[in-house]
Design a protein around this ligand. Structure first.
Ligand code: SAH
Length: 459
């Protein structure tokens, strides 16, 4: 039997410690007499004073009280709500160092989880201006004395903290949300109350096409009808340049899922448009669309460069969403097959292919791990496969099929370095070698990092 570990700290105790690393979600990690503590807002190399908040068998959490010796890259966060929001876990670190830390995280995952030492991990590609990059704002509404508020939930509560400006969202989103607060307050529209399930306005979503300037506003309400609809619509039309679409989404369920099933266009078009590179996309209220369009282009160009297409290839795009990567690849390939589990996304993908007059792309709805083996059984063999799975990574069955199919190159786009490393190990054991990994910063000020990896069949 192993010796029982004694936890060397008690709840509420104040301690001094040195921070050694950043966790995958941007918290400082330090050890106190061998016991691991996670400390939000602490940075590697810092000596800090902290108060223990919670202790578990293997690790605990502490709150930072004072930085005794700061990391040389520490900066004062620009957002006045930094302490309360938690959305931008790295705003207290200068941007260059954020990029460096993301690269370290990727290398560390590849080495630790994937046992991959040979791949070149390039420096993270950052943004020239790492602020105001999001094209989609999604804010919950609440009430305070004097009117409506909107912003974010206070940690572990149903209370909404009012936010007038979010420095990573498009300026237009801020302005529109402020306008909705003001107009809805004047029309006596009530906000939804999560606890009682009463009230009306739950969330407002604003989407902005960065290239086209087109704007969509989605009002999510807890009823079939919006009272004073025409007055609200008229105010928005009068005051918002570029407005192309106002959509009502009805969500009467007591759930924290933001959108309900029913969507009605109450003014304008059902879509707005945007471009990534030369490819045009129609975006509807419920479509998935990458939130950082500037870096998406960087990411897809990198995927295209790794795919190294000459125009004769058959390409599979697994987990294709609304076909963004598929259409990007179709510009350079003979034929592209895209597969995605959400039927609405495939409907969008097909429409986007028509919008760009691309007829060398075919889309299928289903699980990539079922459809790709089925395609393979029909004789479809890809020269290049691109995968862009959700955070949990690729299904084992999909990886097994790729190992049998033997495409020359696999381009792995990943939003989770941990599952990327796990899956690369499976591919390496199946005859592939990871050549290069390019981290791309899609989410400045946060610890999230996106990667594109080039994996080649071993000769
Ligand atoms: N490549 C797209 C979307 C990537 S997000 C883009 O860049 O825009 C990952 C996608 O995988 C989501 O659209 C999700 O619906 C889809 N997905 C999740 N599990 C899946 C599965 N088992 N088979 C196919 N698609 C899946």
């Amino acid at each position: 039997m192993s010796k029982k570990q004694v936890i060397p700290v008690k709840k509420n105790e104040q301690i001094e410690l040195i921070v050694s690393d950043l966790s995958h979600d941007g918290q400082g990690v330090g050890r106190f007499e061998g016991y691991t503590l996670f400390i939000p807002q602490a940075l590697p190399g810092e000596r800090i004073k902290a108060q223990v908040m919670q202790t578990g068998k293997k690790y605990g959490f502490a709150k930072m009280l004072e930085v005794l010796q700061p990391n040389e890259h520490r900066v004062k966060p620009d957002c006045p709500l930094f302490d309360q929001c938690g959305g931008c876990a790295l705003q207290h670190l200068n941007y260059e160092e954020q990029l460096a830390q993301k690269r370290i995280l990727v290398e560390d995952n590849l080495r630790r989880i994937g046992k991959i030492e040979h791949a070149v991990v390039h420096p993270t590609v950052g943004m020239e201006d790492p602020w105001r990059y999001r094209n989609k704002a999604q804010v919950p509404f609440g009430e305070e004395e004097g009117g409506l508020v909107a912003g974010f939930y206070a940690p572990r509560s149903h209370q909404i903290i009012n936010m007038e400006s979010c420095l990573i969202q498009h300026q237009k989103s801020d302005e529109i949300i402020e306008l909705v607060k003001e107009v809805a307050t004047s029309l006596c529209i009530r906000a939804y109350d999560e606890q009682t399930g009463t009230g009306l306005l739950r969330h407002v979503i604003v989407r902005v096409g960065f290239q086209t300037g087109e704007i969509m506003v989605v009002l999510i309400i807890n009823d079939d009808k919006l009272p004073e609809k025409d007055k609200l619509v008229n105010q928005l039309i009068n005051e918002v340049d570029g407005l192309k679409s106002i959509v009502l989404n009805i969500n009467k369920r007591k759930t924290n899922v933001i959108m309900g099933e029913r969507t009605k266009v109450i003014w304008g078009e059902p879509h707005i448009h945007d471009y990534i590179g030369n490819v045009k996309f129609a975006i509807s209220a419920r479509s998935f669309y990458q939130v950082n369009p500037v870096q998406t282009e960087v990411l897809y160009n990198q995927a295209l460069a790794f795919a190294n297409l000459s125009g004769t290839e058959t390409v599979i795009d697994a987990y294709c969403g609304i076909g963004t990567i598929s259409l990007f690849l179709a510009q350079k390939a003979r034929q592209v097959y895209g597969v995605e589990i959400v039927p609405e996304a495939i409907a969008d993908a097909k429409r986007n292919a028509r919008l760009n007059a691309m007829d060398n792309v075919e889309f299928a709805v289903g699980e990539a791990e079922k459809i790709i083996p089925w395609w393979y059984a029909q004789g479809i063999v890809a020269d290049v496969v691109v995968v862009d799975p959700p955070r949990k990574g690729c299904d084992q069955q999909l990886l097994d099929t790729l190992i049998k199919m033997k495409p020359q190159r696999i381009v792995y786009v990943s939003c989770n370095p941990g599952t990327l490393a796990r899956d690369l190990r499976i591919l390496e054991d199946g005859g592939y070698v990871t050549k290069e990994v390019q981290p791309v910063d899609m989410f400045p000020q946060t610890m999230h990092v996106e990667c594109v990896a080039l994996v080649e069949l071993r000769v």
